[in-house]
Design a protein. Structure first.
Length: 379
């Protein structure tokens, strides 16, 4: 099952809206088939492993990280395929909460006379499937917030200089993390100040995650790097519902996907309103995203933190200090009591060249995100 989990992880960032699943088929102590979910969610891991095993699947054991599907989509149910192949036992790490499955796949297997074992390495599988489970259970993607800051929590000097606070090793890790998420997201302020590409670079990686920018007024440069590459790498813009149609049309002509979002009152924001963060994440979940990698800046990070939407916090700390005049990594949270502060628990820590890497989960989070330390500002 550990091998199946490692195979499934190869699909992270590529399989949405489907889960990234791994499958290993073993006969008489020998691996005869292995597979993981293909790009875009097809083919399924079980189909790949069965095709590799061919006739050797008969009488074999299949190890699958998520319950085999039981519904007809673009391909027949995997539960039926396993039964038709003649496997004698299916070991499953985690049930699929999708209402179209949710126990039906296991019931089909048992109905076909196949022995079923559930719950093997379930905790590890739940962590690996945190994004898929979040979209199915909460209607929104799992949200990892990445911050790169100085020792005193600053992301830029008072004049806005931020390249580079962290070193090349940390930035390389960030690119590896981008590759394992469905989408990379920043706020409009970061997009205007940094003119980032938000792509995965220098890793020999062909696939690119969706790029998302939150911009209340859609006041983003039409001649920037994001606009210039909108037809090459998907660009989604989350904006207020009251943005002018002409501005929307201009971005659509460039190739961007426009996502109007409801507003909510916020006296401190311009115009008295800002994008509703819960509604925005639900829009992204409805669009199929399961794993979202947010790279700030401080205002968006604070908005998501205050709304209790950050599931995972990834922090790179550089060995330099910028002082009180530097720009903080988090905007105002409006806290009056320490008990109101968002709480996270440390799950991983290590070095990233000259910098320190740490990964934290929200205190009540049950998943794990799966980013990992071995896999920076936006760029």
């Amino acid at each position: 099952m550990r091998l199946a989990l490692s195979l499934g992880a190869r699909g992270l960032g590529r399989t949405w809206p489907n889960p990234a699943v791994g499958c290993v088929i073993v006969r008489e102590g020998r691996i005869v088939g292995r597979g993981w979910t293909g790009a875009g969610g097809r083919p399924h891991a079980e189909a790949v492993a069965l095709a590799q095993a061919a006739d050797a699947a008969r009488g074999a054991d299949a190890y699958v990280t998520l319950e085999p599907c039981a519904h007809h989509g673009r391909t027949p149910p995997c539960a039926d395929a396993l039964a038709a192949a003649g496997v004698r036992r299916v070991v499953v790490a985690l049930r699929d909460p999708d209402p179209r499955v949710n126990g039906r796949g296991l019931a089909r297997l048992r109905g076909a006379g196949i022995e079923v074992v559930e719950g093997v390495l379930e905790a590890e599988a739940r962590a690996a499937q945190a994004g898929f489970l979040s979209r199915i259970g909460r209607g929104r993607p799992w949200l990892a917030l990445k911050l790169a800051a100085s020792l005193d929590g600053r992301i830029a000097t008072a004049r806005g200089e931020s390249r580079w606070i962290t070193g090349p090793e940390a930035r390389r890790m960030v690119h590896a993390m981008r590759a394992r998420h469905d989408a990379v997201m920043v706020g409009g302020g970061t997009a205007r100040a940094d003119d980032p590409r938000l792509t995965v670079r220098d890793l020999g990686f062909g696939h690119q995650p969706v790029r998302i920018v939150w911009s209340r007024h859609l006041d983003l440069p039409l001649n920037g790097q994001l606009a210039a590459s909108a037809r090459e790498v998907p660009l989604w813009l989350v904006h207020g519902e009251d943005v002018s149609r002409d501005l929307v049309a201009a971005w659509e002509r460039l190739g961007a996907r426009l996502m109007p979002c409801p507003l909510r009152p916020c006296p401190s924001a311009d115009g008295g309103k800002r994008l509703d963060p819960v509604a925005a994440l639900e829009l992204l979940g409805a669009a199929g995203l399961t794993r979202l990698f947010c790279e700030g800046g401080g205002t968006l990070a604070a908005t998501l933190m205050a709304a209790e939407l950050v599931d995972e916090l990834i922090l790179f700390t550089a060995g330099r200090a910028l002082g009180a005049e530097g720009r903080p990594m988090l905007g105002a949270l409006g806290l009056e009591r320490l008990a109101e502060a968002p709480s996270f628990r440390l799950v991983e820590q290590g070095r990233a060249g000259a910098d320190i890497f740490s990964r934290w989960l929200r205190h009540d989070a049950v998943g794990g995100g799966g980013a990992g330390a071995r896999g920076a500002a936006a760029g």
